[in-house]
Design a protein around this ligand. Structure first.
Ligand code: KIV
Length: 322
């Protein structure tokens, strides 16, 4: 934290207008009322806070953080401890949105008992309000729901299955594939999932699944007929260093903003244009008099004002003792 940042600057704003906390039942109600659900990924305090203050309904601490934050090639490497660390940061920022944590690859693929224990950590240690798991794991969804851990399912293109799928491919393109996916979605809903992410599936398939379920669907690369939409935050603002997928719409260019701000700062430092006198600390008049007197005697006291304004010439020890 910089010296100039007030302590209230690091807690979510309490002065903004009243809001209603988004809960899992509230998402179901939005579906019933035909209100679209907005969702984004977030992985850290500052972005989560901005996303929440912008009124997004659901924040997913996605395992995509493995790629967009940690620089891995796919999502498989991220660990439970890393996901917990980022979920805590997001939790500290968010007041209104529903916070969902992705369970990483390997954390729910062994025994049900281990999977439930891992999921409970996201709720208990990191403040998640639900966990997301990929695949039609109906027994696990049932066990998690019984353990009071709300579940968001994730079907279609499931990135943790990248090796089985042989790459990131649109799923359920055939009639049989579409029917199979619909049956899986219905089984996931029956098992107790509170919402379902549909990723990388034809629009028509997502629309049919959405119409057949009571729980909300949240689409990514699944067309406009889902109950809600989610994007990876870094895709939205051009921070991914790769050509965007077809379904991504860029709403801003953070890469350009950051690059230009950083280049400008470097140039200012190199040309001694930063910091200015106004961005510097100054001695009080009394301390300046004392310093000048001890250094130059009474003869220079008239010069105090001028010397105070040149306090960049005084070393840090003198300034901090003032
Ligand atoms: O990890 C993630 O970002 C996701 C979204 C793409 C839904 O799972």
């Amino acid at each position: 934290m910089s010296l100039t940042q007030s302590s209230t600057g690091v807690t979510p704003s309490s002065s903004s207008s009243p809001f209603t906390k988004v809960t899992m039942p509230a998402l179901a109600e939005m579906k019933r009322q035909g209100k679209p659900i907005s969702a984004l990924t977030a992985y850290d305090y500052s972005i989560a806070r901005l996303v929440d203050e912008a009124g997004i309904d659901l924040l997913l601490v996605g395992d995509s953080l493995a790629m967009v934050v940690l620089g891995h090639e796919n999502t498989l490497a991220v660990t439970v401890d890393e996901m917990l660390h980022h979920t805590r940061a997001v939790r500290r920022a968010v007041r209104r949105a529903l916070v969902v944590a992705d369970m990483p690859f390997g954390s729910y693929h062994g025994s049900t008992a281990d999977a439930v224990a891992n999921a409970v950590r996201f709720v208990k240690e990191a403040g998640a309000e639900a966990v997301k798991i990929e695949g039609a794991r109906v027994d696990l969804i049932r066990a998690l729901t019984l353990a009071e851990v709300p579940v968001v399912g994730h079907l279609g293109l499931t990135p943790q299955s990248v090796h089985r799928m042989g790459g990131y491919r649109v799923q359920a393109r055939s009639t049989e594939g579409a029917e199979e996916l619909k049956l899986e979605a219905q089984a996931v809903a029956r098992a107790g999932a509170a919402a379902l992410v549909l990723e990388g599936v034809p629009r028509e398939v997502a629309a049919a699944i959405t119409a057949s379920l009571d729980i909300p669907t949240i689409g990514i690369g699944a067309g406009p007929d889902c109950d809600g939409q989610i994007l990876v935050f870094h895709d939205l603002v051009n921070l991914t260093f790769a050509p965007p997928a077809k379904f991504v719409r860029r709403y801003g260019d953070a890469a350009e903003l950051i690059r230009s701000a950083v280049e400008h700062y470097r140039e200012d430092v190199e040309h001694r244009a930063f910091p200015s006198d106004a961005e510097s600390y100054h001695l009080s008049a009394a301390a300046a008099r004392k310093t000048v007197q001890s250094e130059f005697g009474d003869s220079r006291l008239d010069d105090v004002d001028a010397i105070v304004n040149q306090d960049a010439l005084l070393d840090w020890e003198e300034i901090s003792q003032a």
